[in-house]
Design a protein around this ligand. Structure first.
Ligand SMILES: Cc1ncc(COP(=O)(O)O)c(C=O)c1O
Length: 415
């Protein structure tokens, strides 16, 4: 990583993206042109240090973890458990409270099936919001069909924030769980998490926060938030796919039953009855994603080296610039609040977002176009899809300029 990360432009600390981009081999096209990658919200590009960590773990360092009696396996186990410590420190939790999962989706399914399976039933209610990603809707629907509890949906404010006044009015002692996104993957709107936690706890409900879009964008501290469950995916945090984590408060995790069975999660197996390992191992059945976990550790080192406060300030400034530029175009509808975290959703009048995305691709600009796995939110916005630009720590004004040029060209093509 470059040692000249921050330069000052006026009063706003900005990341030195020129230097940072050199760390990301994915940010150029095959013919060596800059690739204006504005889709970090879907998945972030990877720095070379993460790629190297993964290659080392798959190559000269490779061995299994937890089981081997040979020294390579012992070293690998140390690296693997070292990554768990890094995740714990990143989130402000304890090592024993971190369960590795395939990603945020699996982490939410784990909470639904294990905690939900043991604690939800007929007469109970849970509260979600209108802007949730399908990963924080469908697992609860599947469980509700099985167990017979009810799902309430919190509305949004006109700017696109989860309406916590409405949540306060809706919550009752029948609510056992509140599950909300920390940052909307479509609108970039940021949850007032401390208030959401206080509201949930005031009626005796647990609260799960889906931190998929928050963890890469600003510092998170679960101890300060006081929440009960927190989830994220490594691939949005500049790490590999196939790995993510659940943080759960120790006393809750300790009381949760296993949800998948197999090797590594047991204490003793016999046909008379099996006993289970303590958490977090109880929730990690089978050979884990060894190389992915180690590369996640490298991604955390990288992001902490840049600094999450600096990343937040940088992305906030880019959002402000892009929203200002788009709002001067009278053919653009902008969604979400002014103060969104790293994500800007919009529509170009008379142009389907897929057509815009295709034309932008010809300009080496990558955006996401579609429903973003948030169909109930699309219904609320009254559109089938939006165009979404989402920033990463390597994004800068040159990406915004390329996007605006592409939008201008699209407007000309569509007359
Ligand atoms: C807010 C939010 N929650 C959950 C997910 C699901 O993450 P994954 O597909 O990595 O499990 C995403 C992915 O886009 C997301 O943006």
């Amino acid at each position: 990583m470059s040692d000249t990360l921050i330069r000052l432009q006026g009063a706003i600390p900005r990341l030195n993206t020129e230097a940072l981009r050199g760390d990301f081999p994915g940010l150029t096209t095959p013919d060596g042109q800059p690739w204006h990658y504005l889709d970090a919200g879907a998945t972030a590009q990877k720095p070379q240090s993460v790629i190297d960590a993964m290659a080392r773990a798959l190559g000269p360092d490779y061995a299994t973890v937890h089981r081997g009696v040979y020294s390579r396996s012992a070293h690998m186990t140390l690296a693997f458990e070292g990554a768990r410590r890094k995740v714990a420190k990143l989130l402000g939790g304890a090592e024993g409270e971190i369960v590795f999962t395939r990603g945020a989706t699996e982490a939410i399914n784990l909470v639904a099936n294990s905690w939900g399976g043991a604690n939800l039933g007929p007469g109970d209610r849970i509260l979600l919001s209108r802007l949730e990603h399908h990963a924080n809707i469908v697992p609860w629907q599947l469980l509700a069909q099985r167990l017979g509890f009810a799902i309430d949906v919190c509305p949004l404010t006109p700017e696109g924030l989860i309406d916590l006044d409405a949540a306060e009015a809706m919550l009752t002692p029948a609510h056992k769980l509140v599950a909300l996104s920390h940052v909307s993957n479509v609108l970039g709107s940021v949850l007032d998490a401390p208030r959401a936690v206080a509201l949930a706890h005031a009626v005796g409900a647990k609260i799960l926060i889906d931190g998929c879009q928050a963890v890469p964008r600003f510092p998170v501290d679960v101890a300060k938030l006081g929440c009960d469950f927190y989830t994220f995916s490594a691939h949005k945090l500049y790490g590999p796919t196939g790995i993510g984590a659940l943080w759960a408060r120790a006393e809750i995790l300790d009381a949760m039953p296993p949800w998948q069975g197999g090797g590594a999660m047991i204490n003793k197996v016999s046909f008379e009855g099996t006993t289970f390992a303590p958490a977090p191992q109880r929730f990690e059945a089978g050979t884990p994603a060894i190389t992915e976990v180690i590369a996640l550790g490298a991604a955390i080192d990288y992001v902490e080296g840049v600094g999450l406060d600096a990343i937040h300030a940088h992305e906030t400034a880019l959002v402000k610039t892009l929203r200002r530029e788009l709002s001067t175009m009278n053919t653009i509808t902008l969604f979400g609040p002014e103060t969104s975290a790293g994500i800007v959703s919009f529509m170009l009048d008379g142009v389907h977002p897929h057509d815009l995305g295709t034309i932008l691709d010809e300009e080496n600009v990558a955006i996401r176009a579609g429903h973003h796995c948030a169909q109930p939110l699309m219904e609320h916005l009254g559109v089938p899809a939006t165009a979404r630009a989402s920033f990463g720590l390597y994004s800068d004004e040159s990406d915004i300029a390329a996007l605006l040029r592409g939008i201008e060209r699209t407007r000309r093509i569509f007359g």
